[in-house]
Design a protein. Structure first.
Length: 185
């Protein structure tokens, strides 16, 4: 069983990588189970926007500023608020889908130790700041998160692979196809 965790700054292309890898692996008959560490944060974001009478128009919209704050406060209240549910979901998937590729597309530094201890190999996704900003704007982010926020701190471990997403989508897909081939082999 392969376990891959993608990380990088917002807008680097982690979600796109997860989608492309899922498609590429599925075309080879390999099931992918995707997991988001920050799922509780996305749930809280939806509730807060609904309570503020501004329901989110699209599940993919992100208020980076709010998510940064929620991540900090949830970890303060319970350091395992994000990792606990994640570990549970991964353990369930290991039992139910022993041949699937497990894919986390939103690893952050505060949760890296837990993810590594679960056997995930880390893949760093990078892109230039201007391009990341343009992507966040294009996907309709409600507010930009602070790239210097503790939840965006760089990981201090060496990744298994690094993928540059500075070029075209076609070039990025080619790099991701090579990664998918490694997972199939």
């Amino acid at each position: 069983m392969h376990k891959i965790a993608l990380y990088g700054l917002p807008g680097a292309g982690k979600s796109t990588a997860a989608r492309v890898l899922t498609e590429d692996l599925a075309s080879e008959g390999i099931k992918v189970a995707r997991f988001r560490l920050a799922e509780p944060l996305y749930q809280a974001q939806r509730v807060i926007y609904a309570l503020a009478d501004r329901p989110l128009a699209d599940e993919g919209q992100q208020d980076g500023r709010l998510l940064n704050m929620l991540g900090t406060e949830m970890r303060r209240i319970n350091p395992a608020a994000l990792t606990g549910p994640f570990v549970f979901r991964v353990r369930q998937a290991e039992k139910e889908n022993s041949h699937a590729v497990l894919l986390c597309d939103d690893l952050r530094a505060p949760d890296a130790e837990t993810v590594i201890n679960l056997g995930f190999r880390l893949v760093e996704i990078s892109a230039p700041a201007a391009l990341r900003g343009a992507r966040r704007q294009a996907r309709g982010d409600l507010a930009a998160g602070d790239e210097n926020h503790p939840t965006e701190a760089p990981l201090t471990v060496e990744p298994w692979r690094r993928i540059d997403n500075a070029g075209t989508l076609t070039a990025y897909r080619e790099r991701l196809a090579r990664l998918a081939e490694e997972l199939i082999a």
